[in-house]
Ligand binder design. Sequence first.
Ligand SMILES: Cc1ncc(COP(=O)(O)O)c(C=O)c1O
Length: 402
Amino acid sequence: MTVTEPASATAPVPRLAARTRNIGGSPVRDILAVTARPEVINFAGGLPAPELFDAGGIAAAYRAVLDETPARALQYSTTEGEPALRTALAARTAQRGLPTDADDLLVTTGSQQALSLLATALIEPGDTVLVESPCYLAALQAFGLAGARVLAVPGDEQGLDPVALEELVVRERPKALYLVPTFQNPTGRTLPLERRTAVAEVAARRGLWIIEDDPYGELRYEGERVPWIAALPGAEDRTVLLGSFSKIMAPGLRLGWLRAPADLRRACAVAKQAADLHTPTVNQLAAARYLADHDLDAHVRRVAAVYGARRDAMLAGLPAALPGGSTWTRPEGGMFLWARLPEPYDTTALLPQVVRHHVAYVPGAPFYAADPAPSTLRLCFVTQTPEEIEEGLRRLGDGLKD
Ligand SMILES: Cc1ncc(COP(=O)(O)O)c(C=O)c1O
């Protein structure tokens, strides 16, 4: 074939896919870039406290697998994940009340990847996904990139309302409900057992996938553990449970996992082959070695004791820092609390002036799938010491007063 159209010296390249134009970058990441300066007390990022990483134990685990099984540790691996790690994860899951075999699990590159894989495996463009209000930001991104229509389920300070959920399911015929039932990001709230039971019943009655994301559940500072929705009657065959080492070991390992019914797990494995073939072998083997040689639960207890004191420091300082009429959550665990300032405070508009006082939060608006509440904000209470938290809240109070 002869090319007849005259070539221009600099023809523009074709446009980016619409999905990347319509879904913005994470505002949390944008703020983190501004607040990386050391003088800023950063309540914005969801950063685990680095001084509590068991760097020695993790280094020893990497050394052991590299010394003893280098050919394996540095080789390609299966998409599903290293059997040693999946066996250990299955045992931990079963100990917590959900019978699980190694084969029920797919190891993922952080639980964030599990969200992308599920979006690929479940969602056709235009399909509806229900989320909490507010919702974990990067889940909104993952579903949005897959072309989902994302709708928020109304709720209250205890979390989503199962009656409103059922109405929405009947009306909108969604494919899935995504939720973080324990120590939610961004609010810190925990869905009570009665509501979990009701959510499981709605899913069973109406036909719905449940994506239960639980990266924070082990970080409990008070109160009793609430069972996973995945373990409740009706939900067993339609719930995907996501787990992660990011908050209990270290986020840089990029290790997460999903537990899903066989068909959906296989579809996620196919999506994962296209995404990254498999999660780095050496990280998986080192984590399995760490679990064999160390008591991760004891480590988590040490971390939780420190984080609990940091939560208390933040709760103690908030009344003086936030304007009269503000309200906030009192999480029993996790990393975040959620505050609502009185109207007409607008936390997005106020952020630049607050950052000038060398402190940062995340404005609440981007966490909403629709109808953002402009006076809300998220604070992370685990990264700084109680003294730094006290100082950060003093600065926040000054910044909001300006
Ligand atoms: C609710 C929730 N899900 C998933 C993730 C992703 O975690 P990771 O990919 O590090 O396991 C986070 C991280 O902050 C989160 O808060």
